[in-house]
Design a protein around this ligand. Structure first.
Ligand code: PNS
Length: 162
């Protein structure tokens, strides 16, 4: 039987508990889950691509069916290299739907063999986003319970350093 690979792409700047929840939900569905971190040259990220990959690898160290890689360029091209056909995206609320729907259709237009499946995180993470996480943290909020411990530690170090 061919290996069923699920690709969970994103910016992960930084990974938060809503992402981890989705990844854990993927594990029983796929033989292998590839967490694909976008190397996005146009955005100014808080964490470099190397740091984002490293944090995810730390956080997912106990999930043997998961690997973390970075990619640049079109997601469908990267999927072709992997031999994967399934994209996984998280849907937190109706507000996510429009842009996710557009991306799913564009990816299918670019490669008709690619399907996107949507998973929903625990309700307690339905408001969580990397953008808000960074914003409230930089203004002094406590992120305990919202991001993995290893990420929280890195964010604290970053605040001290910068
Ligand atoms: O975490 P994000 O920022 O919501 O993830 C967006 C991501 C990485 C899934 C999307 O921007 C993407 O796939 N970028 C790669 C370039 C690409 O293929 N663009 C067309 C998508 S329809």
């Amino acid at each position: 039987m061919p290996t069923r690979i699920g690709v969970y792409p994103g910016s992960f700047d930084p990974v938060h508990n809503g992402h981890v929840d989705i990844i854990e939900r993927c594990c029983p569905i796929f033989d292998e889950v590839v967490v694909a971190v976008l190397h996005n040259t146009s955005k100014e990220p808080l964490f470099s691509i190397e740091e984002r990959v490293e944090m995810l690898r730390d956080v997912l160290a106990d999930n043997p069916g998961c690997r973390v890689e970075s990619f640049s360029g079109l997601l469908v091209d990267y999927m072709r290299q992997l031999g994967a056909r399934t994209i996984v995206r998280g849907l937190r609320a109706v507000s996510d739907f429009e842009s996710e729907f557009q991306m799913a259709l564009m990816n299918r237009r670019l490669d008709s063999r690619v399907e996107t499946v949507f998973l929903t995180p625990k309700e307690e993470y339905s408001y969580l986003s990397s953008r808000l996480t960074k914003e409230v943290f930089l203004l002094g909020a406590d992120l305990e319970g919202l991001v993995p411990g290893a990420v929280l530690e890195r964010m604290r170090q970053r605040m001290v350093r910068d």
